[in-house]
Ligand binder design. Structure first.
Ligand SMILES: Nc1nc2c(c(=O)[nH]1)N[C@H]1C(S)=C(S)[C@@H](COP(=O)(O)O)O[C@H]1N2
Ligand SMILES: [Mo]
Length: 202
């Protein structure tokens, strides 16, 4: 058997009811949205870190990260700006693969995702630690483009898309929640599209 051609494990994100969350409109396009400019990333110096309240802090170069087991995840995108894009095939490394190596401590209950240019977003560890959450470097069979987060982005299908940080560099496990960039700028902390958790009241 040729191991190189072995397909990645595939997970389908569980279908929610209704498939189109309230207030959303389905689109076939894939808009580009972010604050600031697309960072220039050099794979020779790129690294991903997992640290904070973990037993075994991790640090991977791009080359090392490419040796981790791969998964495919099939999921829908729901952006708070009201567009939804169905049937995205993501490929990369499962978040569980990454967390399993770092071993979060029992006091570590939140994840602060750090990305290029100081961008952060926050999730309870239980929301992150799911079969359909991955660190993706490919979409629909092609490498991610720089404006969609190349070389690596987080994908959290069951939350509005702003939680899916592009250009991820670090996952910090923390004992306390810490609202991220959009969460500090009026977006809801939980971001569940089926509950229309778009904006915060404070
Ligand atoms: N690093 C970073 N990631 C980010 C953002 C950002 O400003 N910076 N914006 C978020 C928002 S608001 C959205 S809607 C999605 C958009 O992803 P896309 O451009 O691939 O559609 O990226 C998210 N990830
Ligand atoms: Mo967004």
């Amino acid at each position: 058997m040729n191991m190189d051609s072995q397909p990645a494990d595939r997970h389908d994100s569980p279908r929610q009811e209704p498939r189109l969350p309230p207030g959303q409109v389905k689109t076939d396009k894939w808009p580009v949205l972010h604050y600031g400019s697309v960072p220039r990333v050099d794979l020779a110096t790129w690294e991903l870190r997992v640290d904070g309240l973990v037993e075994h802090p991790q640090r991977w170069t791009w080359e090392q990260f490419q040796t981790l087991p791969r998964v495919q995840v099939f999921s829908d995108i729901h952006c708070v700006t009201r567009w939804s894009r169905y049937d995205n095939l993501w490929e990369g490394v499962s978040i569980r693969e990454v967390l399993r190596r770092a071993v979060p401590q029992s006091s570590g209950r939140f994840a602060i995702i750090h990305a290029a240019q100081g961008f952060t977003t926050n999730l309870p560890l239980t929301e992150l630690d799911q079969d359909d959450v991955l660190l993706a470097d490919r979409h629909d069979g092609e490498p991610l483009t720089p404006d969609h987060g190349w070389p690596l982005r987080l994908v959290v299908p069951r939350r509005y898309f702003w939680k899916s940080a592009k250009w991820v560099s670090r996952i910090e496990v923390a004992g306390e929640d810490a609202p991220g960039f959009w969460e500090r700028n009026g977006y809801h902390n939980e971001a569940n599209p089926w509950r229309e958790e778009r904006f915060s009241d404070w």
